[in-house]
Write a protein that binds this ligand. Structure first.
Ligand code: RIB
Length: 295
């Protein structure tokens, strides 16, 4: 089974701040670091470090060659990483002393991807293959619909949630939905994890849902079963890319045929390691480290 990730490639500017800035406030940052990031790039790297063979599809500007190089260094196929005249996507990330973050994303080249580009990417896949996407690139709705029509399974991480995602978006064509509590609440108007899962399954009975709850753990649910796995205890340094790490690891374990409890265990272990390190893609562990954490 081939795995293609249609996803963002961002240059992350991470500011270490004493507290997340409030409206009208100006604060000093204690440190600034530039990291390779983007939910797309992070999830491709998580897939690869978990041992999957993956292709990445997306767009960078002339300033983003190092993002493509990093994918290549991680043995990810980059034939579908195209060059645009716009600068690469960017993220401004604040990280506070508890490791919590808040992120502003500027789409740049990620938002210049056309439907024709998507048609080209999808030529690489056949029925039964797996496509992954997030919501930081253009025409994600078209990508999902095309995959569905071609019987390609779709894993979707609807982050960030946008207005267009809440109305008329083809969520019904998604096979595996990766959400956190905030995304789940926005999609269902419910607050409790069990309520979020029930509301989604009522609307989309065939969907497989992976709901992450940060330091409270994570759920896998479909209409036949609901599995919970508690989070590993960790001192948070930077939570950036924790969810991306979880997604990549969960998918890799799932495609290997592991039980959903095992998928949750390895994905949780991987994301707890990422949370204990600074940066986005640079914090994503390799499979050996995850196994060691689980032993
Ligand atoms: O999920 C973390 C990522 O979100 C960052 O790397 C940033 O680029 C934004 O896309």
């Amino acid at each position: 089974m081939k795995i293609l990730n249609y996803g963002s490639l961002n240059i992350d500017y991470t500011y270490k701040v004493p507290s997340i800035v409030k409206p009208g406030e100006t604060i000093h940052a204690d440190a600034l670091a530039k990291h390779p990031g983007g939910k797309g790039l992070n999830q491709s790297i998580a897939l690869a470090r978990a041992g999957a063979s993956a292709l990445h599809a997306g767009k960078i500007g002339a300033d983003g060659q190092f993002l493509k190089d990093l994918l290549k260094e991680n043995h990810i196929g980059t034939d579908f990483v195209l060059l645009d005249t716009m600068p690469s996507g960017q993220a401004i990330i604040q990280v506070d002393p508890d490791g919590q973050n808040c992120i502003i994303v500027y789409g740049g080249a990620n938002m210049q991807i056309t439907k024709d580009d998507i048609d080209t990417y999808l030529q690489a896949l056949s029925p039964g293959d797996l496509a992954l996407c997030q919501n930081e690139t253009s025409h994600v709705d078209y990508f999902i619909q095309q995959c569905h029509e071609k019987s390609i399974k779709v894993a979707f991480n609807p982050s960030p949630i946008t207005a267009s995602l809440l109305s008329g978006f083809p969520i019904n064509c998604v096979n595996y939905l990766f959400i956190n509590e905030i995304e789940g609440s926005l999609l269902t108007k419910k607050n409790e994890p069990e309520e979020i899962i029930s509301a989604l399954l009522e609307k989309y009975p065939e969907m497989q849902i992976i709901l992450t709850l940060g330091d409270k753990g994570a759920y896998y649910a479909d209409r036949h079963q609901c599995v919970f796995y508690p989070a590993f205890t960790v001192k948070a340094v930077d939570t950036t890319a924790a969810g991306d790490t979880f997604t990549g690891y969960f998918l890799k374990c799932m495609t290997e045929g592991l039980s959903y409890a095992e998928c949750l265990k390895y994905a949780s272990a991987a994301s707890s390691i990422a949370v204990g390190r600074a940066g986005a893609s640079s914090s994503i562990p390799y499979w050996d480290e995850v196994i060691e954490k689980c032993n």
